[in-house]
Write a protein that binds this ligand. Structure first.
Ligand SMILES: Nc1nc2c(ncn2[C@@H]2O[C@H](COP(=O)(O)OP(=O)(O)OP(=O)(O)O)[C@@H](O)[C@H]2O)c(=O)[nH]1
Length: 271
């Protein structure tokens, strides 16, 4: 368990010599250093054509819940701490809004530069979104070359099989062509496949990060979140408050208090 690694051992009572042989308990500073070593920061970007389910997938992964309607036209950055294979990482997931970038290229160069791992999404009932996913994969490889980029190709909405326009084989072929992992999922039906896919990407991104000699510095500033979470999930119809200036959305323990803004003055909001 990650939690155990982060906590000082309580140990049993012992005497004299035995106690002298024991390393002295870690100081607060040592503990902090230990924790910092464990917490690697992983930056994930979710890309894809309009309406393929990028937000649904991201929120499904973060909260295990499915929210069917989102109303937003901005990029959102979610920050949460993940314990995976006994290693704790701070993960930032940038859910890119196609509406915010309609005027620009389908994939902004700054998003790609910022990200370390990528989720490229298409919808199985939308052949155009599949073509766009192929363009994004090309774009990613070109911009990141000669570096290897961890990517997963995510075919969403598999529950809409009767209206399917993209076969599983087509998805597999595209992923093979680009050397990335491939998953077919349904954000609407289950969190399991979605979670497995994100975890696979986190593992790969983390492994790659370990091979780097020095931690990389942030290259661009975080995209600001400029809309209330209530608006994001469609509970409210009010425009965002002009005084509301959050920078990130922080995810807590899955299941209960799912998402909250970092602004402590306001109450936490649950999905
Ligand atoms: N049937 C089905 N619908 C889904 C699924 N995932 C998302 N949707 C629906 O697809 C629509 C678009 O979902 P979003 O998550 O907003 O898509 P998006 O890619 O973030 O959209 P933009 O940011 O506007 O490009 C919503 O109506 C969702 O309810 C799924 O797995 N199955």
């Amino acid at each position: 368990m990650c939690r155990n690694q982060l906590q000082p051992q309580s140990g049993e009572k012992m005497r004299g010599e035995e106690r002298d042989k024991m390393p002295s308990p870690p100081t607060g500073r040592e503990n902090r250093q230990r924790i910092q070593q464990q917490i690697a920061r992983l930056r994930i970007v979710v890309l894809g054509a309009e309406g393929v389910g990028k937000s649904a997938l991201t929120v499904r992964y973060l909260t295990r819940r499915y929210i069917s309607e989102y109303r937003r036209a901005i990029d959102l950055l979610y920050r949460h701490t993940v314990c995976l294979d006994d290693v704790t990482s701070e993960v930032e997931i940038l859910d890119v809004s196609t509406r915010e970038h309609q005027e620009n290229e389908s994939v902004s160069v700054s998003h790609i530069r910022w990200g370390e791992g990528f989720v490229v999404v298409y919808s199985v009932n939308d052949a155009t979104s599949f073509q766009e996913a192929a363009v994004i994969l090309d774009h990613l490889q070109r911009l990141k070359a000669p570096l290897y980029v961890p990517v997963i190709l995510l075919a969403n909405k598999r529950d809409l099989d009767p209206g399917r326009q993209v076969s599983v084989e087509d998805g597999q072929a595209l992923s093979l062509q680009h050397g990335c992992q491939f998953y077919e999922v349904s954000a609407a039906e289950s969190h399991v496949g979605v979670t497995l896919a994100f975890q696979a990407l986190l593992r790969e991104t983390r492994s790659l990060q370990l091979t780097r000699p020095l931690p990389r510095q942030r290259r661009i500033s975080i995209v600001a979140v400029s809309r209330m979470i209530g608006s994001l999930i469609g509970r409210g119809s009010d425009p965002p408050s002009p005084t509301f200036k959050p920078t990130v959305i922080v995810q807590e323990t899955p299941g209960k208090r799912a998402l909250r803004r970092k602004d402590k003055k306001r109450p936490s909001l649950s999905l």
